[in-house]
Design a protein around this ligand. Sequence first.
Ligand code: APR
Length: 320
Amino acid sequence: MARTKIALIGSGMIGGTLAHIAAQKELGDIVLFDIAEGIPQGKALDIAESAPIDGYGSRLKGTQDYKDIEGADVCIVTAGVPRKPGMSRDDLLGVNLKVMKAVGEGIGRYASNAFVICITNPLDAMVWALQKFSGLPHARVVGMAGILDSARFRYFLAEEFDVSVESVTAFVLGGHGDTMVPLVRYSTVAGVPLPDLVEMGWTTQERLDAIVERTRKGGGEIVALLKTGSAYYAPAASAIQMAESYLKDQKMVLPCAAHLTGQYGVEDMYVGVPIVIGENGVERVVEVKFTAEEKAMFDHSVAAVRELTDACVKLEPALK
Ligand code: APR
């Protein structure tokens, strides 16, 4: 049986972390691709040299040649420029759109059977463009955002309640970042929804609102602290969970940027929604009913994503 192959397009901070986690979990052989010479080769070698100590059998290779991703089962895309302090995700649009074109064409040519996970920001617009440039089916091109946003939310809630992060579940929808929509009534501690916990006196509505706000700005908080670059440990862990659900047909229900064809009233856009990821890629979009307030937040978020995809079409009319 052929060995599973994971191609990491972009070998920067997230790409290197992805390679390390994928190797430690023995998800497959790993190809690190980057335009920066030496970086993917150096990271591949460094991680391979940790294998005798940690005891894993994944083979690693660094490359500048798209041919080396040939036949990949999973491609995780982080290629692009990350946010610098003071820079919004939207500022990144023009630069990273060009990168998506090159990457999409490379994947379309050499790895058209892969499950593709995009991480590059501004996420919802970049994954939309990447799918078009690659020509792969929508069910096999998804964006990583919701797992990260909900992991941040879960962590902050666990701290607030002084309970294990594993006992906290969170439900977030919408675009990545400032307009994300946390559904507090579907977010729980051991099944008890957050509004009930407010009533039970575990926290106050004000504190909960502050946690939601901190979650929305979670990426910026890390950027401000690091000063040179953006978050990479939690984003990498989030994308690995998606890859694993696909490769092992786990059918996990995960919040991801997925292509919508009428669900939630949205046509031909990638927006964060809960999906089932299994051997066929996106196997189901979970559609929940909104309250009027949630619908307004969701529509606001969708409008923000729409602005970005419209801006992409202006820059690259072929995307229409
Ligand atoms: N093809 C391949 N790799 C590219 C290309 C390209 N056309 N353009 C840039 N790269 C590479 C860079 O050389 C760099 O090594 O992408 C890598 C990006 O790595 P980092 O700058 O370290 O960024 P990282 O922190 O990994 O974040 C990657 O994820 O969260 C998002 O906003 C973030 O878009 C950014 C992406």
